[in-house]
Design a protein around this ligand. Structure first.
Ligand code: PFF
Length: 453
């Protein structure tokens, strides 16, 4: 069943709206919570170097490929493949994305719930005067307490559903435009405080001086996974979002500027966290609790720390929200366009189903600790499964699809807006998505399961 391209699909209103919405999806807990903790666990500088190379060589080209698929088809992630490759199994890539959206939201809303709790603690000035040990206890007691983190998580899911329910243009764009730049300013303030702490140099050395002996198969896979996760690529989120982008937009410059902005925020988060980690004697491989222990300690040492922490956790919650709405939109766009379920019902059904997994993820860190596989809690399994497997696998299939199936003429037509733009780097892009990106992703996979190197 085909819908004409000019059907009354919602679309983004302005250029800045698109950039804002896609950056809103990209910038989130992945940059501020996940990047520092994964960098800390994987040895610092060498990880950062690999991460940056993957952003350039694989991340930006995959992002542009998602834009090509989305804008060309103007469909949800399953419909997009059905339209561009009718009567082929390619739409399975779209389904893979929908599975990934469930898995990611299940644990992402757990952490989003933590940010709400930390906002609440900030309001009560509850970090003031606390030692590192107090903060560790506070974090562990809260995250394992069962009901409370689940309630925050469900509240967060509710906010997400509410915005998705209202539709793209009125919801998503509006919230991102102003708030992301303010978040950037606060992170810069945190960086300044952190690098002026005693012993800050050790943290900067840890983050910026690569120790190449630390690069292992696991480090490569973690860096690849983090790059995909942070850029929101590999599961059709950006296929879905770019299906709302108008035909005049320059896709290549959008992909480059959004990826650079996302990377800048992640690196700045690292600059804010690691000097403080060393100054306060925290272990860099503390895991998911890292930023929730380190940041309150920095705020406590800042002039105006109370207000900074308050505004920071408000903005972090919003940054998480602009990411969760982009993830939920993947499933909702699919259900409403392909299965013809109303947007309202689709939003409710998807949110309820995701919440069931989400509760499992949150509870697996507390009294339901039997919810674990090989010693990893369900929460950790969802985190690793999505970032390190589902997203890179999706990305691999996406570049193969665009590079080998869609064909150069369609690809060049789309990135040059029908010949109106020069798209000077189009051959470089084509070469990367045909050869470099798929081979690199495949090697990282093979290497991590011990089949190569
Ligand atoms: N990129 C988001 C972040 O860094 O927090 C997380 C995310 C959003 C991952 C959307 C995947 C996705 F499709």
């Amino acid at each position: 069943m085909s819908t004409p391209l000019t059907s009354k699909r919602d679309s983004f209103g302005s250029k800045i709206g698109v950039i804002a919405a896609v950056s809103g999806s990209a910038i989130g807990l992945g940059n501020i919570w996940r990047f520092p903790y994964v960098t800390g666990e994987n040895g610092g500088g060498a990880f950062l170097l690999v991460y940056l190379s993957f952003i350039l060589l694989i991340g930006i080209p995959v992002m542009l490929s998602e834009f090509v698929i989305g804008r060309r088809s103007q469909r949800n992630t399953v419909g997009a493949f059905k339209k561009l490759a009718p009567r082929t199994p390619w739409h399975i890539v779209g389904f893979l994305g929908i599975i990934a959206s469930f898995v990611i939201l299940a644990f992402y809303t757990t952490v989003s719930g933590w940010t709400l709790e930390y906002l609440f603690i900030s309001i009560k000035n509850g970090f003031s005067g606390k030692s590192e040990a107090d903060l560790v206890t506070q974090f562990n007691t809260f995250t394992s307490s069962g009901l409370r983190p689940v309630l925050w998580q469900l509240l967060f899911m509710f906010f997400t559903a509410f915005i998705v329910f209202k539709g793209i243009k009125n919801g998503i764009e509006k919230y991102t435009k102003i708030l992301m730049p303010i978040l950037l300013l606060i992170i810069i303030a945190l960086c300044i405080r952190s690098v002026t702490l005693p012993d800050a140099g050790k943290g900067l050395t840890f983050l910026f001086r690569p120790d190449f002996s630390k690069i292992t198969g696991k480090v490569l896979l973690e860096a690849l996974g983090q790059a995909f996760f942070s850029l929101s690529i590999g599961m059709g989120t950006l296929i879905t979002y770019s299906s709302y982008i108008n035909k005049k937009e320059n896709l290549s410059t959008a992909a480059i500027s959004i990826s650079l902005a996302d990377t800048l925020i992640a690196v700045l988060a690292g600059v804010a966290i690691f000097p403080a980690v060393f100054a306060f004697g925290i272990s860099p491989n503390e895991g998911p609790s890292l930023v929730f222990i380190t940041l309150p300690l920095i705020f406590d040492q800042m002039i105006g720390g109370y207000f900074f922490s308050l505004i920071f956790f408000i903005l972090l919650s919003i940054a998480a929200l602009t990411s969760t709405i982009s993830i939920l939109e993947v499933a909702v766009a699919y259900l409403s366009e392909e299965l013809h379920i109303s947007r309202k019902k689709a939003t409710i059904a998807a949110s309820l189903a995701i919440s069931v997994f989400g509760i499992g993820s949150t509870m697996s860190l507390g009294s339901w600790n039997w919810l674990s596989i090989n010693g990893l809690s369900l929460f950790d399994c969802f985190d690793k499964l999505s970032a390190n497997i589902l997203l890179p696998l999706g990305g691999l299939l996406i570049v193969i699809f665009v590079g080998w199936f869609l064909g150069k003429d369609q690809v060049f037509d789309e990135i040059s807006n029908g010949g109106k733009l020069k798209a000077r780097l189009r051959w470089v892009y084509l070469f990367i998505i045909k050869f470099i990106a798929p081979i690199a992703i495949a090697l990282v996979f093979l290497n991590s399961i011990g089949l190569f190197l």
